[in-house]
Write a protein that binds this ligand. Sequence first.
Ligand SMILES: [Zn+2]
Length: 442
Amino acid sequence: MPIALQICGATVVTPASVAVRDLYVENGQFVDGPAPARVQIDARGLLALPGLIDSHLHFNDPGRADWEGIATGSAALAAGGGTCFFDMPLNSSPPTLDGPSFDLKLAAAQAAAVTDFGLWGGLTPANLDRMEELAVRGVVGFKAFMCPSGIPDFQWADEATLRRGMARAARLKRPVAVHAESPTLTARLTAEIRARGGRAVADYLASRPPEAEWEAIEQITGLARETGCRLHIVHVSTSRGVDLVQRAAADGVDVTCETCPHYLALNADDMMRLGPRAKCAPPLRPAAECEALWRDLREGRIAFVASDHSPSPASMKASTDVFENWGGIAGVQSTLAIVMSHEPALPVEAIAGLTATRVADRYRLVRKGRIATGCDADLVLIEPGAMWTLRREDLLDRHKLSPYAGLRFRGRVRRTIMRGQTVCVDGRIVAPACGRLVTPAM
Ligand SMILES: [Zn+2]
């Protein structure tokens, strides 16, 4: 009997090698070849990377799907080479804080996701005794904010809450992911700046300085040491933040960090130019910081890259007072494009690690994140030399407010394949929603 699929002649990036070869797929997984196949895909001249896993984004479904939605968000992810996402517990409504809210989001994702997905649970003062319900259902981990989240129904966690929640997460064998900015420093600076009428981009940048990140990382790595909790710092925006994570890790704390495409591709001057489309927290940093983060990526000091796609309708970005605008960047489609386009180019093995393999390893997804026999046949075929410009009409997310529109990239996604099924060809979705929940191994 012929097997389902043969992908012919791609330059395949596996953990062990980069080589031109054929890939074989049966029952949605890579199998050993050679074997006759019912379908063949000619991939000569294309690079095959493991499908991107975006471990940090906000599709806001159910409840705030007018901000994005799982159907549009996952379509945009697939167009950018993604085959799996982890949705954050906010800004859906209700936020994912207990069993019933998990079940609602799971149903929404099963109905609409073009790609596979994992779900984060929340860690807030309101749901410490509901964390077990979330773990039983298969959350990839728990997300906590050390400062206000921007959403009233997702409370930030003070030190006592973090200590209790992290101890509980450790018992439940799940990591805690933390938004690390000091609440006291950001609140004090914001109050001072607002009191003197500050409302411009520069005022916003000054209200959330790097020191707020450093102070919070020092505090939270200390709590991880104390509780034995596996810790991950989301969206680190400074190289010194990465240093602090590395120092704690060298000292025995189980801690990693991610950065986001916007801290790599955009800087504080870009926010002056782009305005609210480039508002995020922590905010964009000076250009020298971007270069330092690229160095950290190259040296393996940052575990992986995640989009932190956090979109909103244009009406929530329309105020002339920057503080009033929604903070969140809509970039889910462009992670791979940004990572592939940097000069000097990162090695393709490093790109596979930063966008897939290390994500799967950190969150214990044993069948995801690598092109290897027995793993899910999730991959992206890329024309490596193609130069192209991102046009707004090419974006598949709901509001198309990407700050990357108009930028020029190298390396074009030609085809996204998930569990052996072609999901997207040249930016067009060609498969029905068939995403499944992925859960971590214990
Ligand atoms: Zn986020």
